[in-house]
Structures are given as structure tokens and as C-alpha cells.
Design a protein around this ligand. Structure first.
Ligand code: IPE
Ligand code: IPE
Ligand code: MG
Length: 245
């Protein structure tokens, strides 16, 4: 399938809602955490495949603001898994020239998570290939609210006037400020919703939903999503004839 991908028409940025870990575990009579542990392989394979293809940004929705409301034991297990995964995967990131970034309310993560994350971000900061963006304690509404607070503060102090607030100014106050909007959004496990992910940034993103549960997701599934994306006509409000002119 990889050969069929048009390397001239690759999305610059792919975002993924990694969903279905719990159901994957339940299907085999295991605890939900077992699904989360088996999700790491999918993260590794997807990241490597994106790096190989020459994709510039891969954003993975790993933990939402709303996920804090899950049972405490699951939240703790996810945070521990985050720490151990960052630690064990940093070497692979270096090998693949991947730069790690994080978006979300990082201050809200346990201190040891913040430390591990900051270290991996620092170690990989000079890498020039794929940027892997982890969305942690992230939600689109949280991010937009934060942006509004920052912009309002600037207006109140006179640094910015109301008429200067544009689409670009808003984008520049989001946690994704130097990252282009994703061209492709993938959600696994068949759920047809956005779950508070990148609300502003996905205004014109192509959406691909697959039934595969995240722990089973591999590069072949990614290739399938990219191929589907390459067959779409992106009109941005125009008509087909204008796009093809
Ligand atoms: C995605 O899998 C991982 C996180 C949200 C952290 P889920 O844990 O949501 O798995 P399901 O949707 O219950 O199967
Ligand atoms: C979305 O998955 C969040 C992440 C993948 C991190 P959820 O499983 O939390 O979404 P809902 O609750 O089914 O919408
Ligand atoms: Mg879920």
C-alpha cells in the first residue's frame, strides 16, 4: 500500500485520536490498563512510519481534559505509563530524528511526568525530522479559553486593539502556534466524534475514521488513511471547477 502513496501530496500534519484501548482489553477479558500498555506499539509504529514517509507533524491525542474524570486508578496507570514510555522511547525518537513536543495543560500533570516530558523534549529538540506532538491534559475548549484570556489581557493593556484580532492572531495564541493545521485527522475504534480535540485547527481537516482499535493500529492502517486523504477533493468552500482550474 505504501507504494501507492503519492509522495508529492503528503499531508504535512496528521492528527490522531487514539481510541479503543479499553474495548481492546475488554475483548480479551483483560483490565483496561492492559489495552493502554498495548497501545505503545501502535504509537511506535505510527511514529516510525510518519518519520519514514517524511510527514512533518504528527499530533497524538493521548489524554484529554475530560479523561481526568476517569477512575483514579486508571488515571494513575496512564500517568505512570506516560513516564515509562517517554523514558523507553526517547532512544527510538533519536534514532528516527524525531523532535518531541507537547500541547495541553502540562502544569496539571504529576511532577514526575512533567520532568520526564521536559527532559525528552530537551534531548530531542535538535532533531530535524518529524515533530511528534503529544496532546496531554488537552482540550480544544481549554486551549481556546486560554487564548481568549491572553488576547483580552493584551487588549486591556493597550498592546492590541480589538480590530487587530484576526484569525491569525487567534491561531498565534493557541498552544499549536507554530504548527500548521492538520490536513488529516484519524480516529480509531469507529467513534464518529471529535471529543474536544483541536477544535479551531480542524476547520478544514479531512477526517478518516477506522474501526481498528488503537492497540491494533499499524502503519498499514496509516497508509490506508493517507491514500483515502489523497483521493479527496479539498474545496475550501469553492466549487470543483475552481479547484481544478
Ligand atoms: C483511548 O482509549 C485512550 C485514552 C483515552 C487515554 P480508551 O481508554 O478511551 O478506550 P475505550 O474507548 O474505552 O475503548
Ligand atoms: C478521546 O477519547 C481522548 C483521547 C483519545 C485521549 P475518549 O475515549 O476520552 O473519548 P469519548 O469520551 O469516547 O468521547
Ligand atoms: Mg475511548
Amino acid at each position: 500500500m505504501k507504494e501507492k502513496i503519492n509522495t508529492e501530496k503528503l499531508p504535512l500534519h496528521i492528527a490522531v485520536i487514539m481510541d479503543g484501548n479499553g474495548r481492546w482489553a475488554k475483548k480479551q477479558g483483560a483490565m483496561r490498563v492492559f489495552g493502554h500498555r498495548n497501545a505503545v506499539k501502535a504509537v511506535r509504529d505510527t511514529t516510525e512510519a510518519c518519520a519514514e514517509l517524511g510527514i512533518k507533524y504528527l499530533t497524538l491525542y493521548a489524554f484529554s481534559t475530560e479523561n481526568w474524570s476517569r477512575p483514579q486508578a486508571e488515571v494513575n496507570a496512564l500517568m505512570e505509563l506516560l513516564v515509562s514510555t517517554i523514558r523507553s522511547e526517547t532512544e527510538t525518537l533519536m534514532k528516527n530524528n524525531v523532535r518531541l513536543l507537547a500541547i495541553g495543560d502540562i502544569q496539571n500533570l504529576p511532577k514526575n511526568c512533567q520532568k520526564e516530558l521536559a527532559e525528552a523534549i530537551e534531548i530531542t529538540s535538535k532533531n530535524t525530522g518529524l515533530s511528534l506532538v503529544l496532546a496531554l491534559s488537552y482540550s480544544g475548549r481549554w486551549e481556546i479559553t486560554e487564548a481568549i484570556k491572553q488576547i483580552s489581557t493584551k487588549v486591556a493593556s493597550g498592546e492590541l486593539s480589538v480590530n487587530e484580532i484576526t484569525d491569525q492572531v487567534i491561531s498565534q495564541h493557541l498552544t499549536t502556534k507554530n504548527i500548521p493545521d492538520p490536513e488529516l485527522l484519524i480516529r480509531t475504534s469507529g467513534e464518529m466524534r471529535i471529543s474536544n480535540f483541536l477544535l479551531w485547527q480542524i476547520a478544514y481537516t479531512e477526517i478518516f475514521i477506522c474501526d481498528t482499535l488503537w492497540p491494533d493500529f499499524r502503519r498499514e492502517h496509516l497508509y490506508e488513511a493517507i491514500l483515502a486523504y489523497q483521493q479527496r477533493e479539498r474545496r475550501f468552500g469553492k466549487i470543483s471547477e475552481q479547484v481544478n482550474a
